[in-house]
Design a binder for this molecule. Structure first.
Ligand code: URA
Length: 212
């Protein structure tokens, strides 16, 4: 179609009252990569001051499972990749225990830049970053969310309940079933929580398999 014909066609569509055109499914990986580049220099909150690399998220863009952590630590800030430090190594083992490989899921965090000294991200920082996470979910369209730790759970599910309260139930975020368990960094600090974390993961695995 010539440029002139295209303009005519679009003009006719506009005149007929159509305001949005059907957008064919895009290449999700490409879209996610473009967004990661677009936000690399985000200045929406003070966490940008300590940023070496924005940790946008990584994994399978067609993943059924999206795992959500709290925010990048030192290693993640250096590498630009989520969960690559000690907590990430434990996370890989936890996933392997329920037959899930990191490459098959998509991993992102509540905030995409490292909070200084690994403190919890504050309410404004979480809010500033939330549109990026929601946008990722809209692109990936996961079937289920696995939320690691209290900060991520409270941020996503907008409450101030305890971790126990969250772990006991299946939640919903944007219509997607969401499960909560311990953050792997918490398990490194307190190995006694590994048993209840294992029980959470088994419940998640059983429900996830039933969804297939
Ligand atoms: N902890 C998190 O919550 N996310 C990471 O990416 C790394 C550590």
């Amino acid at each position: 179609m010539s440029r002139r014909a295209l303009i005519q066609y679009l003009e006719l569509i506009k005149q007929s009252g159509i305001r949005e055109l059907y957008r064919p499914p895009s290449d999700k990986a490409k879209l996610l990569a473009e967004l990661a580049t677009r936000y690399a220099d985000c200045q929406k909150c003070p966490l940008s001051a300590g940023r070496i690399k924005l940790v946008y998220g990584e994994g399978n863009p067609d993943a059924s499972i999206m795992l959500i952590g709290e925010g990048p630590g030192e290693q993640e800030n250096l590498s630009g990749r989520p969960f690559v430090g000690a907590a990430g190594q434990l996370l890989d083992k936890m996933l392997a225990a329920i037959d899930i490989q990191r490459k098959d899921i998509y991993i992102a965090n509540i905030v995409k830049c490292r909070p200084p000294g690994n403190r919890n991200p504050d309410a404004n920082e979480r809010l500033a970053c939330m549109p990026y996470l929601i946008e990722q979910m809209e692109i990936i369209q996961p079937k289920v969310l696995l939320i690691m730790g209290l900060v991520a759970a409270q941020s996503l599910l907008s409450n101030s309940e305890t971790l126990g309260w969250h772990r006991d139930k299946t939640h919903e975020f944007m219509g997607i079933p969401a499960y909560v368990s311990y953050h792997p960094a918490a398990l490194l600090r307190n190995p006694n929580w590994k048993r209840p974390a294992w029980e959470d993961l088994q419940r998640f695995q059983k429900d996830y398999e039933a969804m297939q």
